[in-house]
Design a protein around this ligand. Structure first.
Ligand code: XUL
Length: 578
């Protein structure tokens, strides 16, 4: 190991605080983590990192626990002999939408903190007006969400302005609710941080500005105008008169995702041996950080196939809609992160898998039969071009995109006539066997992503190919499944192929550490993907799992997209979530 500078990336997620230290060439030097349940479960009474108030749908985390975790993760890095004195810059990734409420003593307490005592005993409760941070799983704000959508007229209009329609977890509706529920707490609040700016603040010993990407998870930031939205501030603040006060609490928003916001607090210098020259760069949200875990380029997409499904893509096109999210790109002005969040993913596929005959006991892969069925079934279950295409929706959980209650629906349609869409049932008498469901559920998940992203993708390869993503990266449990990779490639294309991205369980922390490298080593005008692209080693991190675009197959799926949209519309008429 040389003596060059090191960079520290954090990931403050729902259940863990991770820290990863890397060199300028991106190789990992050291890592450590704190597991909230394992390390602090009994002390704070949390489960899976959070506390619940079921009667109101509240989900929240004790802020003091995060402070204790920060001390503990530094101790663990030190125990591993991490050369903390060589750390030149720090950045990180934090769960999105959560908010921390600072008291009027916060700046003073942060600025005068002593290295002789730990963070929690000096900052909590005194530096906070509220001991808890609402968590992204909170769903206590339906009433506030209705008011946010109504404030600008419609959910779509709110999405045009803020990048998203109103969502329970978004910080604006959360602030509105807490202001009305706890007016004294709100009055005693000097500043409100997102989780990302909170962690940066503790590290700096001063309240950090919000990040230009993470601020888009609040339903308060006017993305096209690049400023806070007046009418939405008015709503959250309870009228015109409250706007100034709320603006002061929110503070400035930093436009530059790189550079230094300030030196690290003397506390970390004295206590853990960090250099007094170590600088803190803006932190961002965990989804924006995920797109920084590799040199993702415009029109590259990440499909995260976990319990839920997430589709992330970088695009220069801002085309918001109530059913998805746009965020400013965390490092590149003029680019956006497009995000689709589905509730149904792995669990829904598992349910279909379990309707198939079980694999023989000696088969190690519980997905063997499912995969066989997916690969043996032709696209859309069509054995010949004149067959009716089979499409369906499989939602064991109520879905967000589209807003449909739980259920299973099967339809058939001829590719030549979308108007002839007919509901179908399973069973051999209807020419619909369980293997058709296996193919149809994976197709359905991919078709939904294609439907919602197609207007954002341009034509790669200089216009020779139809519009589609350039590369598709699969992450999460489902990315290990070759049949799923094939269908993702069949439906979504991918001019440059479909890849499995395997950077361990640390994608967000790595994204944070890479952001720190870029923040402090970038040349004039050098973008994140230019700098990281030169240093990133593909080998070991990605493997090609499907060729992606297949002429003929991609176009066939394209023909069914309008019918798929029509099917969703039909089902919405009878099964909309209320
Ligand atoms: C995104 C969201 C979650 C959290 C998870 O909108 O709510 O992905 O960021 O930490």
């Amino acid at each position: 190991m040389g003596e060059g500078p090191l960079y520290l990336g954090f990931d403050l997620s729902t259940q863990q605080l991770k820290a990863i230290v890397i060199q300028s060439d991106l190789t990992v030097v050291s890592e450590a983590k704190v597991d909230f349940d394992g390390d602090f479960g009994s002390k704070y009474g949390i489960k899976k990192g959070v506390l619940l108030n079921d009667s109101e749908g509240e989900v929240f985390a004790p802020v003091a626990m995060w402070l204790e975790s920060l001390d503990l993760v530094f101790r663990r890095l030190k125990e591993k002999n991490t050369p903390l004195h060589r750390i030149r810059g720090i950045s990180g990734s934090c769960q999105q939408h959560g908010s921390v409420y600072w008291s009027r003593d916060a700046e003073r307490l942060l600025g005068s903190i002593s290295p002789d005592k730990d963070l929690a005993s000096q900052l909590a409760p005194g530096a906070f007006s509220h001991p808890y941070a609402p968590n992204w799983q909170d769903h206590s704000t339906q009433h506030q969400c209705d008011r946010f959508d109504a404030q600008l007229g419609t959910a779509n209009r709110l999405a045009e302005v803020t990048g998203s329609a109103a969502h329970h977890r978004f910080t604006g509706p959360q602030i509105l609710r807490l202001r009305e529920k706890l007016p004294d707490m709100y009055a005693a609040t000097s500043r409100i941080s997102l989780v990302s700016s909170f962690l940066a603040s503790v590290l700096m010993g001063a309240i950090a500005p919000m990040d230009i990407s993470d601020v888009c998870g609040m339903n308060l930031w006017d993305i096209p105008a690049n400023k806070w939205s007046e009418p939405l501030l008015e709503l959250a603040a309870g009228g015109k008169d409250g706007v100034r006060e709320l603006l002061a609490k929110l503070g400035p928003v930093r436009q530059d995702g790189g550079g230094s916001m300030g030196a690290v607090s003397g506390y970390f210098v004295a206590r853990y041996g960090l250099s007094a020259d170590c600088q803190v760069a803006p932190f961002t949200g965990d989804n924006p950080a995920t797109i920084l875990a590799l040199p993702l380029r415009p029109l590259d997409a990440i499909v995260s196939l976990g319990t839920s499904t997430t589709f992330l893509m970088i695009t220069p096109v801002y085309k918001p809609d109530a059913s998805y999210h746009f965020f400013n790109h965390p490092t590149t002005p003029g680019q956006y992160m497009f995000m689709l969040c589905y509730k149904n993913g792995g669990l829904a596929r598992e349910k279909v898998r379990d309707t198939l005959p079980p694999p023989p006991v000696e088969a190690k892969d519980p997905w063997a039969k499912f995969n066989e069925a997916v690969l043996a079934t032709p696209p859309l279950g069509m054995k010949s071009p004149t067959d009716r295409a089979k499409i369906g929706l499989y939602f064991p959980l109520p879905e967000i995109v589209p807003n449909i209650r739980s259920g299973t629906w099967r339809y058939t349609v001829p590719l030549s006539d979308h108007n002839d869409l007919r509901e179908s049932k399973s069973g051999p008498e209807n020419n619909w066997i369980p293997a058709d469901d296996a193919r149809a559920i994976v197709e359905s998940q991919a078709l939904s992503m294609r439907l919602r992203s197609h207007s954002l993708v341009g034509s790669p390869s200089g216009g020779k190919l139809p519009p589609q993503p350039r590369r598709i990266y699969l992450v999460g449990g489902g990315s290990l499944n070759p049949a799923i990779a094939r269908v993702m490639g069949d439906v979504l294309g991918g001019a440059d192929g479909v890849y499995r991205l395997d950077v361990g369980g640390n994608a967000c922390a790595l994204g944070g550490a890479y952001k720190a490298v870029w923040a402090f080593e970038r040349g004039e005008g050098e973008t994140f993907d230019e700098l990281i692209g030169k240093r990133w080693r593909e080998e070991g991190a990605i493997s090609r799992v499907d060729e992606g675009y297949k002429e003929g197959v991609f176009e066939r799926y394209g023909e069914v997209v309008p019918a798929f949209e029509r099917m969703e519309g039909e089902i919405l008429k009878v099964a909309r979530n209320t």
